[in-house]
Write a protein that binds this ligand. Structure first.
Ligand code: HEC
Ligand code: HEC
Length: 289
């Protein structure tokens, strides 16, 4: 390699590297670039002195400022908790109607109720409270136990058929088939009548034969025309909304050997302020009365 070669065209010294006749010029880096580079080095040294930087065997360098993202998080969390506690106290002291009447409290209750719902209730009722067979939809105005603020509050607090709570909502549909109250034929006829009340396709003659059986055995709980009875948690049968299923066999099975839904009581598990927030949230979903 030669000592110093000057490129003819640009007059710049070359590095001596050459590929296929193309030579590399030895242009210096721009000044601004070099200065930026030095600044980043200074910045890094400053950072290492001020902030946690180097891992050690069982610890790390803490930095002159003693900063820690964990401390910062717990600081901002405790600030948020203090902010929330103010509202939560007010919600505990207020009646459900008062919460609805106050814009501020209602908004706080809606947000808190929604997140408490996602944590505690969505496993059964679905994340949008849309329900599933055996788990009621909470968005509609078809209530098994009632849709006023007080009804909803009571259901959440004490649950349904939840044996650990004395005040739980309770009722049972008789097992007409299993206990021999009705024969197989009668059950099929009554099931057909139930479907006809709901306007579903069914053999009219079969349904007509079930009318009397329904009046005698079912109307006391489900109502003369299948409108349901909330005091007993007996669902409406004449509407298009089914708790279990509208299928003729499923209805016959329910008459024969009924299923009974169980909903946990939340009074012992959740703070009363949270239960009130949940009540306001569910009441707002579309079916509140
Ligand atoms: C003592 C009250 C009582 C009587 C009598 C009764 N039921 Fe029920 N029925 C209930 C209750 C309570 C439920 C809801 C069960 C639950 O929540 O899991 C229910 C649920 C049902 C369901 C399910 C509704 C749905 O939406 O899926 C059907 C169908 C039904 N009953 C039909 C009948 C028929 C038909 C008779 C008469 C042969 C009858 N029931 C008699 C209380 C009663
Ligand atoms: C383990 C499953 C489960 C969980 C968790 C659950 N529920 Fe329920 N919930 C049910 C069942 C089942 C019923 C229907 C009970 C019946 O047969 O009447 C019900 C009924 C209800 C009703 C009454 C609906 C009506 O039509 O009257 C409300 C309101 C309700 N749940 C709210 C909640 C809230 C709020 C939570 C969370 C704090 C919750 N549920 C958590 C299973 C559950």
């Amino acid at each position: 390699m030669s000592e110093k070669e000057i490129d003819d065209i640009s007059g710049v010294e070359t590095t001596g590297h050459e590929w296929d006749g193309i030579k590399e010029l030895n242009n210096p880096l721009p000044r601004w670039w070099i200065n930026t580079f030095y600044i980043t080095i200074l910045w890094a040294i400053g950072y290492m002195i001020l902030y946690p930087a180097w891992p050690l065997v069982s610890d790390y360098t803490r930095g002159y400022l003693g900063y820690s993202s964990r401390a910062e998080l717990s600081q901002s969390m405790s600030e948020a908790q203090v902010g929330q506690a103010v509202y939560l106290d007010q919600i505990r002291d207020a009646s459900l109607d008062e919460i609805l009447a106050s814009n501020e409290l209602r908004q706080f209750a809606m947000a808190g109720g929604r997140s408490a719902f996602l944590v505690n209730c969505s496993t059964c009722h679905g994340s949008g409270a849309q329900g599933a067979p055996g788990y009621p939809n909470l968005n509609d105005d078809d209530w098994i136990w009632g849709g006023t603020l007080d009804d909803i509050y009571l259901t959440i607090r004490h649950g349904v058929r939840f044996t650990d709570d004395w005040d739980t909502r309770d009722s049972a549909m008789p097992a007409f088939g299993r206990d021999g109250i009705l024969g197989r034929g009668e059950i099929v006829e009554i099931a057909a009548f139930v479907r006809s009340m709901a306007g579903l396709d069914i053999d009219p003659a079969l349904a007509a034969r079930g009318a009397e059986g329904f009046a005698d055995n079912c109307a006391a709980c489900h109502g003369e025309s299948g409108e349901g009875l909330r005091d007993l948690g007996a669902p409406a049968l004449a509407d298009a909304i089914w708790f279990y299923s509208s299928d003729a066999d499923a209805i016959a099975a329910q008459i024969s050997n009924p299923k009974h839904g169980v909903m946990p009581a939340w009074g012992a598990r959740l703070d009363d302020g949270i239960i009130k927030q949940l009540t306001v949230y569910i009441h707002s979903l579309g079916g509140g009365e």
